[in-house]
Write a protein that binds this ligand. Structure first.
Ligand SMILES: O=P(O)(O)OC[C@H]1O[C@H](O)[C@H](O)[C@@H](O)[C@@H]1O
Ligand SMILES: [Fe+2]
Length: 183
C-alpha cells in the first residue's frame, strides 16, 4: 500500500495491517504498585494503549505505527507502553508527536535519556536504545513512529528489569525518579 490516511484529531489510522490493544492485565509487573494494578484489573481492566501499524517486514523496508496511549496512573506512575529494544539492535526509529503530552524514555546500557513529546515534535531514537513512551498529560497521547521493517521487538530484558527510571506524578507534575527495582 503506497498511501494511507490518518485522522490527526483522533489519531485513527485507516487501513492498518496489525493492531494490539494492551489492557491493565497485559501490564503485570511493569508498574511499581502491583496492588493498584490488580485493583484496576478487577475494576474493568481498562485499556492502557492501542497500537495500529502498517508493517513491511523486509530489510530495507519501513513500517509505521500510531500509538494511542490513554491518560491515567497505576498508583502514582503514569500509563506507559511496555517498551522494547529492537531485535536487530542497530535499527533506529523516528517518533512524531500528534496529540497530547508525554515523554519518550530511551536507554542504552547505563545511559538513559528522556525527551518531552508534544504535537509536531520529532524525536530520533538512535540504534541500540530501548524506548518507552509515557503519557504525562490529561488526554490521550498519540504519536506516529516509523521504523525499519526488519527491526523486530525484543521485550525480554525490559519486562524483567524495566528502565533505570520511572515517571511518577508529584504535586501535579511529572517527576523522573530512579527505579528502585533497577539492578
Ligand atoms: O511495543 P511497545 O513497547 O508496547 O510500544 C508500543 C508501540 O510504540 C511505537 O508505536 C512503536 O513503533 C511500535 O513498534 C510499538 O509497538
Ligand atoms: Fe521500536
Amino acid at each position: 500500500m503506497l498511501s494511507n490516511y490518518i485522522d490527526l484529531e483522533k489519531g485513527i489510522l485507516e487501513n492498518y495491517t496489525e493492531n494490539v490493544i494492551r489492557r491493565a492485565s497485559d501490564m503485570l509487573n511493569f508498574y511499581q504498585d502491583n496492588e493498584a494494578l490488580e485493583k484496576m484489573i478487577k475494576n474493568g481492566n481498562p485499556t492502557i494503549y492501542e497500537v495500529y501499524a502498517v508493517t513491511h517486514e523486509g530489510g530495507g523496508e519501513l513500517s509505521y505505527a500510531i500509538t494511542i496511549l490513554h491518560p491515567g496512573k497505576v498508583g502514582n506512575e503514569y500509563f506507559m507502553t511496555k517498551g522494547h529494544y529492537h531485535e536487530k539492535r542497530d535499527r533506529g526509529e523516528l517518533y512524531i508527536g500528534l496529540k497530547g503530552n508525554g515523554l519518550l524514555l530511551m536507554q542504552k546500557g547505563e545511559e538513559i535519556r528522556w525527551i518531552e513529546m508534544e504535537r509536531g515534535k520529532i524525536v530520533y531514537v538512535p540504534p541500540y536504545f530501548a524506548h518507552r513512551s509515557i503519557n504525562t498529560g490529561n488526554g490521550n497521547f498519540v504519536f506516529l513512529a516509523i521504523y525499519p521493517g526488519d527491526a523486530g521487538h525484543d521485550y525480554g530484558s525490559i519486562a524483567e528489569k524495566g528502565f533505570a527510571k520511572i515517571v511518577i506524578e508529584e504535586n501535579g507534575n511529572y517527576a523522573v525518579k530512579d527505579n528502585p527495582r533497577w539492578k
